[in-house]
Structures are given as C-alpha cells and as structure tokens.
Design a protein around this ligand. Structure first.
Ligand code: SAM
Length: 287
C-alpha cells in the first residue's frame, strides 16, 4: 500500500491504472456531475452492480462503454480480474446501483485491494441517501452515526438498537420498505415513543416524502399504509445533560446505587429512564 499519493488533477481524466469511484444519482438522474459523465464515458470499463440500472444513466447521457458486473455475489471472484485490468493500465469506473459506491455495497472491498496493491483510487463524489436524508431532517447533522442496514441476527441487532437508544448523536439507518414497520416497533421498544425520527422515502424522486414524527406517531402514521419505495431513517440523539456519560456500565452503576438506597428495581429504572430518555425496560433488564 502506498502511504502518499499526490493526485494533482492537472492531467486529463481518466488516467490509466486508476480506479474511479463514481457517485451516481439516488433517483433523479439529473443529480450527476459533468465530471462523473466524463469519467463514465471515457474509462476503459465500468464495473457496476446491476448493468440494467447503470444503462439507465448511460442512455440518458448518451454514454456507451463496456459494462462489467460487480456485485455482492461475484465480487470476490471479480476483484483479481479488475486488479489485473488496472495492472494492464486500464482505467476503471466503479458505480453502485445508486449513490456513492462503497456505502453498503461491495465497493469497499475492491478499494481495499486496489490500494493495497498500490493503485490510486479517486472518488468522483455524488449523491448519498444517508447524507441527503440527514441534512433534510432538521436534526443535528455535523456529528452523526451511520449504521447502514441493521444486522438481521437478533442478538447483533439488539446490540445496535441498544446503542442507538443511548446515542447522543443523530443516527442514520437504511431499511427496506417491507421491514420499516418492524424496525419502528423495535425502535419503540428500545428508544421509547417520544424519540424523534425522520423517515425519508424516495429521496430526489417524483414521490419524495418526508415524515417527521416521534416514534409512536410514526407507527400510527404507517399503520394502515403499504410502505413502498426506498427508505432512509434518521433518529435523533438523546439530549446530553451536564456532560453526563451514559454508558451501559454507568447505567448499571446508577441502577445499583438507587436500588441499594432502597428503591425497587422498577422505580429506579423508571427514574433513570426519565433522566436519560431511555426506555424503562432496557434499564430494568440491566439488573
Ligand atoms: N450507495 C447508496 C448511497 O450512497 O446512499 C446506498 C446503497 S444501499 C444498498 C441502498 C439503500 O439506500 C436503500 O435500501 C435505502 O435504504 C437507501 N436509499 C437509496 N436510495 C434512496 C432514496 N432515493 N430514498 C431513500 N433512501 C434511499
């Protein structure tokens, strides 16, 4: 791996032997930069998740170029071949189905391999659903936590949900439309109904919708609705009071102190739940 690359951008793009990460639209095809179009039109080949998706962009901007499939299923097999292409002096554009390659797709693996073999990787930035939702949410957006898709395995999922419940920073989560209601119920269990969330549906598309509610009202809002389209969820962090740290161990300590002082576990959990804005059951279960 090279430690230093001086990428002056004085030369004409694309250059030989470079992997370009090209941000593409998350819906509205006009959200693509002239620089991205130039790279897509002139690289030796485009590695893309789904050739049908990438062709929509190419057709819109009259680009014709060689497409190679690079997705979750075939990425490990394809990486050595793509590295060989870089070695042969080819330039490669990597695109995902939508947004920034490397965010919740196999892009990060090829970036790792290309860099560890000493090839330069240059990003042509574009839209990202997480950032688009975050800045539209009205929640603190200068410091945030991005969780991507939550794990499916219960124990791993609950660990992240617990972390979200006590994050002081805004959290961003991706979710599929058919799992949104389940996730909202889980957020209710872990964060309580009062926590504010922002659900961005179909960002940049014709039927873009922003739903800003507390968790319990959001559940009510979607109750009778069939959820369709792409969804990004932004969850407000809990309010930090007087520099109080609220790690799991601190919560346990507080709980012990209160119960040792004679409060029942239930009353102590209720008190701490209110103090830190965390669901009572979560604190009770730390017992
Ligand atoms: N690479 C993409 C990016 O930069 O945002 C994300 C890819 S991830 C595989 C796909 C997920 O992103 C979707 O399931 C959805 O949660 C979110 N997403 C993508 N497009 C979106 C849109 N137009 N509106 C809301 N969320 C979107």
């Amino acid at each position: 791996m090279k430690n230093i690359s001086l990428l002056s951008h004085r030369k004409e793009e694309p250059e030989q032997g470079i992997l370009y990460l090209v941000g593409t639209p998350i819906g509205n095809l006009n959200d693509i930069s002239p620089r991205a179009i130039n790279i897509l039109a002139n690289v030796s080949l485009i590695a893309c998740e789904d050739t049908r998706q990438t062709r929509k962009i190419m057709n819109k901007f009259n680009i014709s170029n060689h497409l190679v499939s690079f997705n979750k299923e075939n990425s490990l097999k394809k990486i050595p071949k793509l590295i060989n292409d870089l070695k042969a002096g080819k330039s490669i554009a990597l695109v995902s189905d939508a947004g920034m390659p490397g965010i919740c797709d196999p892009g990060e693996k090829i970036v790792f391999h290309a860099k560890s073999k000493g090839y330069d990787v240059v990003c042509i930035p574009g839209a990202c659903a997480a950032i688009t939702a975050l800045v539209s949410s009205g929640m603190p957006s200068s410091k945030f936590i991005f969780e991507g898709f939550l794990p499916k395995k219960k124990v791993d999922r609950e660990k992240i949900l617990f972390e979200i419940s006590k994050n002081q920073k805004t959290t961003i989560v991706y979710e599929s439309p058919h799992r949104l209601k389940k996730l909202l119920r889980e957020l209710l269990d872990f964060c309580g109904g009062e926590r504010e969330i922002f659900i961005a549906r179909e960002l940049t598309k014709k039927f873009e919708e922003h739903v800003s509610y507390k968790i319990d009202s959001a559940i009510e809002f979607f109750k009778e609705k069939e959820v369709i389209g792409e969804i990004t969820i932004v969850i407000k962090g809990i309010h930090k009071k007087d520099n109080e740290e609220i790690s799991e161990s601190d919560l346990k300590k507080d709980l012990n102190e209160l119960t040792n002082a004679g409060l029942s576990s239930s009353a102590a959990s209720k008190y701490l739940a209110k103090k830190y804005g965390i669901k009572k059951g979560i604190i009770y279960n730390l017992n």
